[in-house]
Design a protein around this ligand. Sequence first.
Ligand code: PMP
Length: 415
Amino acid sequence: MTVVAISKQKGLDVERIRADFPVLDQKVSGHPLVYLDNGASTQKPSQVIDVIKYFYENDNSNVHRGIHTLSQRATDRFEGARKTVQHFINAKSEAEIIFTSGTTESINLVAHSFVRSSFAAGDEVLISAMEHHSNIVPWQMLEQQIGIKLKVIPINDKGELLYEEFENLLSEKTKLLAITQLSNALGTITPLKKMIDAAHAVGAKVLVDGAQAIAHTDVDVQALDCDFYAFSGHKIFSPTGVGVLYGKRALLDAMPPYKGGGDMIKVVSFSGTEFNELPYKFEAGTPNIAGVIGLAAGLDYVSEIGIGVIAEYEHELLEYATDKMLAIEGLRIIGTAAEKASIISFEIDGVHASDLGTLLDSQGVAIRVGHHCAMPVMEFFGVSATTRASLAFYNNKADIDALVAAVNKAVSMLR
Ligand code: PMP
């Protein structure tokens, strides 16, 4: 396994970090909480919670609307957050940062604005077999609605993308590659830069689903040269209900708005309406102001620690967890790619995943059981569900030991 980004900074003080996350300090079913469901959603540090509380207690007002002091303060903080996001992913301009409700909405924005307005029947959208439903279903909807063709890059039994098959699928008909950077069901890291360059070589644009990757690896949209990048706040220690679509300015400028309403217009008249400039053209209606401000606090928190330090620490923890899990009799890890991060999906002979999940919860261990919104991945591996432990930088070896002990206990009860 290789780490995507390794920092030269000194290591991580996990105990100090854990103290920043109040939710971790509790008992569940009489046991200390072991939170290993970070792929579904991450916990929030006090720094994020405090910023949101401060906003509602001091600055709460609508943005871009009033000349009164509170509205100006709210607007300054909201637009300041846009700059924070811009710097976090190294976008060229803050106009390229669109606030959405999350990755799902960001992908749907690209589908229903960019693709719907500029693709013709027969144009191809390429995805991989390990995509989350939110990077499958919008394209299937457009297949039905405007006749685009969805093509799927297959994976091997380690959960790695078959690169040669990808190259074979690329053609001048390929208009969009929509690809995850890190699979939520398998933990696979895709060879993104290589794929982006190959897609560009045939004239296709590239949308990256960064929902999982954003909290685990350095993201530089200019270095990647992706055309769009989507992520959610709640996967990176920030609030739910807020996310980002990054898009290259020239593309966003040419795209029509996909939601109409307040804030996305310059002038409205029954004889014709003029749309606002970027990024507001895509932000109709009152946004999730506190969420956006909280997102900036979450990104600042991660930046202060350093994503490279986080990636290095999590890589070590993943290796530790993988070795410990494999020692459990009858356990099979689903997703064993050479390039992998933060996720261990598994099944155990003779044990039903949902029974296991319930018994783990009764020992205070929170993991996810199910298809992880990636039913085609489950189908490929011939399972209906997996149990998934997904790590974050506040997890430690004691969490892994508790997971292993809880699994062993549950298995002895279930077999
Ligand atoms: N893509 C991936 C890889 C994900 O893991 C998720 C969330 N599980 C999503 C997209 C969708 O994110 P959200 O539900 O926050 O919109």
